[in-house]
Design a protein around this ligand. Sequence first.
Ligand SMILES: [Fe+2]
Ligand SMILES: [Fe+2]
Length: 166
Amino acid sequence: MDLDKEVYDGLNKQITHELEAWYTYLSLSAYFESKTLLGAAFWMRKQAEEEMGHAMKIFDYIHQRGAKAELGALPKPASSFPSVVAAFEAALAHEQKNTAHIYALLSLAESKSDEATVSFLKWFVDEQVEEEDSARKNLDLAKMCGDSAAALLQLDALLAKRKEGD
Ligand SMILES: [Fe+2]
Ligand SMILES: [Fe+2]
């Protein structure tokens, strides 16, 4: 393996973080299903699929570098939330935490002069900007709904329109 051991460990950990995100969004999807907010449930399910895709990108990269991916254990995700707003807050908080993980891994790769991993992780840096932006917008809109069921149903209809690749 030509990967630095610390970078290798960090990449494996990041697979777990992405799978934690997958699990978190899947749990959020279940929560919204239970609230009959099916558009939000759909949005979260699509996001879960994206997170699985992120995990697989790293999985493939480790093998491209001549090493073997080692999977870690996933913690149980939160499954109930005090409110719809709190559920969207949890999604944003999870993205912010993941951004910090990506930055730490990027700094590590830079400190080891692993230019390939630095270049590989740049995609994740850009992706996190998009992900935090959409999580923040969802949260802002949910807050705007306040106690209005009509507004919440409008937001739900908007989230149901999420397209492939969004
Ligand atoms: Fe991700
Ligand atoms: Fe994400």
